[in-house]
Write a protein that binds this ligand. Structure first.
Ligand code: 13P
Ligand code: SF4
Length: 308
């Protein structure tokens, strides 16, 4: 099937099912172009809550689609491929985090949205890379603050806010794999460039950043900033929007330690063919046990309320 017939087919299926396509910036450019809404994790969760579509086709990774389902039990939430994991969600089992939480007195567990529904269910509030500061500032002072799942986002915010906080040990296998050597070479050869980074990057990289923020934060910063050249420390997929929104600016992507473009393989499992099949069959769907969903909803709703 040609590209234009794929697009027509998707349009037909969307109309037939009253469906909306939500996508993250790390999926392939052709999917970004077809999506009804593109965003970072917070914006995608907000959009999933607001939509009046009956079906949400989620092109991202599983924890994002699970978030949409937790917020919308009455809607069908589909993914082109439900095996799209995320190292942060996959590395941090709820049983370990529960034991960790229970080992402190008066704990308050703030979990990064990149976690399983089970981890959300034992958390007191959820945060994303765009609202973590706001959420952490809202926590009552008498609590022992615990932060999971991403150690680099946790340490970055802890230092920035100067707060006492215990940080869990996991990390994103993509963002902790950037080459410091390549970054330094790019900085040396491009003295006029600013460095922009996602807070999941390891601390040895974040120390070089002029701006640290979520994917949407990075896109807005590069668009609004007067600089014409940026060295970018996040996943390759973001380049499409960076170039589209700032066509006259130059973006230099930092390689991983293997000397390759740094990509999230799970995000790339989303394909146009998979999207068509998902809408044709209304499968595969995200299904979450109702008890678990209700528990996971509480900290997610608190996050949305605190982000208003
Ligand atoms: P954002 O919420 O900044 O889009 O980040 C999601 C993510 O998984 C980054 O690796
Ligand atoms: Fe998860 Fe990292 Fe991929 Fe983001 S880039 S979805 S944190 S594995």
């Amino acid at each position: 099937m040609t590209n234009s017939s794929n697009i027509l087919r998707l349009k037909e299926l969307k109309e037939k099912n009253n469906a909306i396509i939500l996508a993250h910036y790390y999926v392939e450019p052709e999917i970004q172009e077809i999506a009804d809404f593109l965003g970072d994790s917070l914006a995608l969760a907000q959009q999933a809550k607001e939509t009046d579509a009956d079906v949400i086709l989620f092109c991202g990774v599983k924890f994002m689609a699970e978030t949409a389902k937790i917020l919308n039990p009455q809607k069908i939430v589909l993914m082109p491929d439900v095996s799209t994991g995320c190292s942060l969600a996959d590395l941090s089992p709820a049983s370990d985090l529960k034991e960790w939480k229970n080992s402190f007195e008066n704990p308050f567990l703030v979990s990064y949205i990149n976690c399983s529904a089970e981890v959300k269910a034992i958390s007191d509030v959820i945060c994303t890379s765009s609202n973590a500061e706001k959420i952490l500032k809202s926590i009552p002072k008498d609590k022992t603050i615990l932060f999971a799942t991403d150690r680099y986002l946790g340490s970055y915010i802890k230092e920035k806010l100067g707060i006492e906080m215990k940080v869990w040990k996991d990390y994103c296998v993509v963002h902790q794999n950037f080459s410091e050597e390549h970054l330094l070479k790019l900085i040396e050869n491009n003295a006029d460039a600013e460095v922009v980074a996602h807070p999941e990057c390891s601390d040895n990289l974040l120390k070089y950043a002029d701006f640290v923020g979520s994917t949407t934060g990075i896109i807005n910063y590069t668009k609004e900033n007067s600089s014409n050249k940026f060295i970018v420390l996040t996943e390759l997929g973001i380049l499409h929007q960076l170039q589209k929104l700032s066509p006259h600016k130059e973006f230099l992507m930092v390689n991983n330690i293997e000397g390759e473009c740094n990509i999230c393989k799970d995000m790339k499992k989303n394909t146009i063919e998979g999207m068509i099949l998902a809408l044709e069959n209304l499968s595969p769907q995200i299904i979450i046990d109702e008890d678990l969903r209700k528990k996971a909803l509480i900290p997610l709703e608190l996050m949305l309320k605190l982000s208003e």
